[in-house]
Design a protein around this ligand. Sequence first.
Ligand code: MRU
Length: 317
Amino acid sequence: MQVKAFRWDGQKLWLLDQRKLPDLEEWIALEDHLQTAQAIKDMVVRGAPAIGCVSAYGFVLGVKKGEDPKIVYEVLRNTRPTAYNLFYALDRMMDAYKRGEDLEATAKAIEEEDYQANVKMAQIGNELIPKNARILTHCNTGALATAGFGTALGVIRQAHYSGKSIFVWVDETRPYLQGSRLTAWELLKEGIPHKIITDSTAGFLMKKGLVDCVIVGADRITKRGDVANKIGTYALSVLAKTHRIPFYVVAPSSTIDYSIESGEEILIEERSEEEVKRFKNCLFAPEGSPALHLAFDITPAENITAIITEKGIWKPT
Ligand code: MRU
């Protein structure tokens, strides 16, 4: 059974609170752009494509309330700096506003296009997955991170549906545990065989020949094919290269930032050190020790075997 991260009811925007998963399935109703911006910052909703779709509906809510569209646009833009889909969606909403188009219809189109892109990428990506593949994935790139189906997890889902007897190694993905809390939750609901591993286990599994390919999503892709994704992705790409394991990135074309050439130009979100030291009120580091929390890293195009978008397979180098 596939899940949904958000739902538009024509008046309000509903978000499944991803901070509470897998313990609780709790929905929150948002009534304006300020609440939407806060929910994005606080990771109630996360995953680049889902953030994009939600910001589009947030724009609708703000403009409906009579707020200046330029302010609504800025408030929503200043939430998370790395995920390109946020900027893609908000620029489209602003263009629609300037042209006097129906904003709700534009937001719905952004959502529908993302869903369709996922379905298409899943079919294209599935062609690269061998039977009985043991696939390693990082973070959560599933229905929860998108308008539905998923990017990297969509390919995994499709491979499972097509009867390939795949198995998934799920990186827990410190510090937010998008892997163990969210990806494992989605896989379990679908009955896809998997095992959660700590992030540091991946290299040894590769060395032992237990990983056939790595599939991840992306938060932003540059013109030359450098990829910003969840912190830890770069290390996985180096490990995969060392062990000659295919390393695939799956993302819709709305994640590609054509204005920049190199990953060096991507702003990496730095989040609170508290998120590294504490989980759900449990402190597991000395209060006085500082911590660094980079939310994303950059994987150079050279480390990527192929990027799969809804338009086809792109070999960046
Ligand atoms: O901080 P998050 O959970 O928003 O980060 C999400 C990721 O890094 C995903 O891999 C990426 O957005 C692709 S989701 C289809």
